[in-house]
Design a protein around this ligand. Structure first.
Ligand code: MG
Length: 286
């Protein structure tokens, strides 16, 4: 289990300090770093993971590897193995492994022709299938309005990080595709670790890397359970982005703040609004 952390960072960074007004608005928190969820928070993404065209494409690709299977012979086992992986996981909040599932499926159907392919090619087939099926399943992938501009402003004042529930095969590539990857360090992806939010270890990995205490971190997410409940349990200040995605209620979890526009983050953190020469919406080209 790479990078598992037992808890709180031992050192805090010496970055920008908030003024009294901003600290009051944040319930007294002295925010030194800003962490984000991705899907439904920064990026508006829609996928149809079980759609016919997804598994038809996978089946057609496999014919070039010597494997001839119908789409239902791929789709049903794929989702059955996803459920099994989660059930058998030792983690309370397990993440599945798409590449691992495709590896099993390819091995199960491999023919003499498949086994005659170069080893380097055979090794890449499961990853290629994970990427291919994600790409075909994708119906929308774009940042929410104003996100690039707001992140550009934020990163001049705070270290920024991502904690996302996603597959390793596509999380960073999708952030790169929408032009956001380089804003963040670290990018913590659940698929790299086998567990997902609200597991506190995933948040702690980012906090440790940033060198800040939970009480010095602001977490922005769109899901009341995975994001707000998860981050607040560690002591992070939470901001709920009220997007069209995610669970909006979980027990008595309540965010410290709720926003409907990412530009609100600038005021919350005591930063100037976007420049008049850079009006919202006009520089977003996606
Ligand atoms: Mg989300």
């Amino acid at each position: 289990m790479p990078g598992a952390s037992s808890g709180r960072p031992s050192a805090c960074c010496g970055c920008r300090r908030l003024g009294d007004v901003e600290r009051d608005a944040l319930g007294g928190a002295d925010v030194r770093a800003v962490l984000f969820d991705v899907n439904g928070t920064l990026v508006h993404i829609l996928t149809e993971d079980g759609a016919d065209d997804v598994f038809r494409a996978a089946g057609h690709y496999l014919t070039y590897q010597g494997i001839d299977v119908r789409r239902d012979e791929l789709r049903d086992p794929y989702f059955a193995m996803m459920r099994a992986q989660r059930m058998l996981s030792p983690h309370r909040h397990p993440e599945f492994d798409a590449v691992g599932i495709w590896r099993i499926i390819v091995e199960r159907h491999a023919t003499a022709y498949t086994r005659s392919l170069p080893a380097a090619k055979r090794e890449q087939i499961p990853l290629f299938l994970a990427e291919l099926t994600r790409g075909v399943a994708r119906r929308r992938l774009k940042p929410y309005p104003n996100v690039p501009e707001v992140l550009e402003r934020l990163r001049r004042a705070f270290p920024l990080a991502v904690v996302t529930d996603a597959q390793s095969a596509w999380a960073r590539a999708e952030l790169h595709q929408v032009g956001l990857l380089d804003f963040f360090d670290p990018v913590v992806v659940s698929g790299d670790h086998g567990f997902r939010k609200p597991d506190p270890r995933l948040f702690a990995l980012a906090l440790d890397s940033l060198g800040v205490c939970p009480e010095q971190a602001l977490y922005v997410g769109n899901d009341m359970y995975r994001d707000v409940y998860g981050a607040s349990r560690l002591g992070m200040t939470t901001v709920m982005f009220a997007s069209d995605q995610g669970v909006k209620e979980y027990e008595d979890a309540v965010p410290d703040l709720t926003i409907t526009d990412h530009r609100e983050l600038l005021g919350i953190l005591g930063l100037d609004p976007l420049d008049p020469l850079d009006p919202p919406g006009q520089s977003t080209s996606w």
